[in-house]
Design a protein around this ligand. Structure first.
Ligand SMILES: Nc1ncnc2c1ncn2[C@@H]1O[C@H](COP(=O)(O)OP(=O)(O)OP(=O)(O)O)[C@@H](O)[C@H]1O
Ligand SMILES: [Mg+2]
Length: 517
């Protein structure tokens, strides 16, 4: 049990906060904390659910009788809370569906005023955070942490002792392996962890070093299922990225930054970078390549899903996502197209409040995070990003990823031709590079694919002329979106580091480089 959490909750109860809201899937664990506090403060702890009504908390028995007739009804239960005189903690499970009802809301407001003078506390425990605006000032939200290493250790000990008389199962774990197993369990809820350990036991008939692999792959599944984060298995390598030398150099310098050695040397963990730039120039590609370069897992955070009401409340979603990322740190948290996520904030529509709260939660976390979670955010549209995000200190660096210059385009061509095992020594690279002026990496790749179609159709090998034709037939985004790209460039000129080699940026225009082949 996290002593800090216990202390926090205890303070809320002693300070007579009338209504506390705990957002968690783990109501059993939340109940345990509250029962402990109730015991130490000599208060009754009574739990409520719609199906069982009011009961002494911790009563597992399905047929146990409710302490108040008809208290499955939310209004009836709230009346009981209002009228009871004993010092007590009332835990209401899954009350969020009733927070639409105006009489329930009103009753809660009255309770919040009335019980300030009493020794009663009302705690709402639910996986969904939902606070009607009438109650915003009356309810205090408590952040409920994921199970800690010591919670996991207690669970593991209990499970080992439960199976100690089973001769078919062998337990042979050295201290360091035990530590690894516990680490691997972080990021899961207690019941998920219990299932994972059980599966490892059943699968191997033992708990040993081999169990770590089983636990990690199960955990990957569970994180996938959570739907907010995606474990990215990257095949991309930093050598697959053409150009962007200064960004690659920055990343290379920090290759060992999360190691024990770096910590002993006194280096802080890098916090994160924002890659801002033109579409299709390799931002997402770089994010994937960093994971391979640094050998740490990549978790992609889906902003769309954070805001999707289908999964839960947006704020809770982002909290849960960063908690999971922290629990498996060192890790990279990749927030692709962050500008799209914060779109709602500037629009002044009904979603603006939620967006700015989600954003606030994220910024606070960025500011305060101690765990080695490296954030890689990418964005195309600077005007959608709130200025607070760009303030110094949030990210280690803001990189501007511009359209590739001639030598970079040559590199990109070579990378993609090589990937497809196409010999290009005989190609007129100078002509190709000139014909692709203003093309992004993605457009270069697409032109290669188009020319391959032609070669395939004609039943020939890829010829330079096919490639030149495909380039000629493409209208690059840099033409259709010239104004947007120019304004992005001039914004970035004074505020961001160029991801390519340093350029003497002039508003809207860049000096031409001499070609070298
Ligand atoms: N610098 C590059 N080197 C090699 N390939 C590149 C480069 N830039 C883009 N590509 C190719 O184009 C594809 C798309 O690029 P990517 O998704 O990284 O662009 P992006 O900058 O994230 O674009 P968007 O802003 O639209 O998300 C890559 O998967 C890669 O195949
Ligand atoms: Mg992208």
């Amino acid at each position: 049990m996290s002593s800090e959490m216990l202390k926090n909750l205890d303070i809320f109860v002693r300070a007579r906060y009338p209504i506390i809201y705990i957002t968690t899937f783990e109501e059993g664990r939340a109940d345990d904390y509250l029962i402990k506090i109730g015991r130490s403060r000599n208060k009754k702890v009574i739990s409520w659910s719609q199906t069982r009504g009011l009961m002494p908390a911790g009563t597992g028995h399905q047929n146990a009788k409710s302490i108040a007739e008809g208290s499955g009804d939310p209004m009836c239960a709230l009346d009981y809370v209002m009228n009871s005189h004993e010092p007590a903690i009332f835990i209401f499970h899954d009350f969020h569906p009733f927070l639409n009802d105006s009489s329930v809301i009103r009753r809660l407001r009255e309770i919040s005023i009335a019980i300030k003078e009493s020794f009663k506390t009302l705690v709402l425990v639910s996986p969904v955070l939902k606070i009607p605006c009438e109650l915003e000032k009356d309810i205090n939200v408590v952040d409920f942490p994921m199970p800690s290493l010591s919670d996991m250790a207690a669970l593991l000990n209990k499970m080992i002792s439960d199976i100690s008389d089973n001769r078919d199962i062998k337990i042979s774990i050295a201290d360091d392996e035990r530590e690894l197993i516990l680490q691997a369990l972080l990021g899961l809820t207690i019941s998920e962890a219990e299932n994972v350990i059980a599966k490892a036991l059943v699968k191997n008939g033992a708990l040993n070093a081999a169990s770590i692999g089983v636990i990690l792959s199960e955990k990957e599944q569970i994180i996938r299922k959570s739907n907010l984060l995606e474990y990215y298995n990257t095949s991309e390598n930093i050598d697959d990225v053409g150009g962007l030398d200064s960004l690659k150099h920055w990343l290379n310098l920090r290759k060992q930054a999360f190691s024990e050695k770096a910590r002993n040397f006194g280096l802080p963990s890098p916090r994160g970078i924002l890659m801002l730039g033109v579409q299709g120039c390799g931002k997402s590609l770089c994010a994937k390549a960093v994971s391979a370069l640094w050998q740490i897992p990549l978790l992609r955070l889906d902003m769309g899903k954070i805001f999707s009401s289908l999964i839960g409340s947006s704020e809770e979603n982002i909290r849960r996502a960063v908690k999971v990322a922290e629990s498996i740190a060192p890790a990279i948290l990749w927030i692709d197209e962050i500008d799209k996520g914060f779109n709602g904030m500037n629009s002044g529509n009904s979603d603006a409040g939620t967006s700015s709260r989600v954003f606030g939660t994220f910024l606070t976390w960025m500011q305060e995070k101690k765990s080695p979670v490296f954030v890689i955010a990418t964005a195309n549209n600077i005007s959608l990003l709130p200025p607070e995000l760009l303030r110094k200190g949030r990210f280690d660096e803001i990189f501007f990823v511009d359209l590739p210059e001639a030598p970079e385009r040559a590199e990109i061509f070579k990378i993609h031709l090589k990937k497809r095992e196409i010999p290009c020594e005989s190609f007129d690279m100078k002509a190709i590079v000139e014909a692709s002026e203003g093309f992004s990496g993605a457009e270069i790749e697409q032109a290669i694919i188009a020319s391959l179609f032609e070669a395939f159709y004609k039943n020939e090998g890829l010829k330079c002329e096919f490639l030149l034709k495909a380039l000629e037939q493409t209208v690059p985004l840099s033409k259709t979106m010239k104004e947007e790209i120019d304004s992005l460039r001039s914004w970035a000129a004074s505020r961001a580091v160029m991801a390519s080699r340093p350029v003497d940026a002039v508003e809207g225009a860049r000096p031409k480089r001499r070609l070298e082949f």
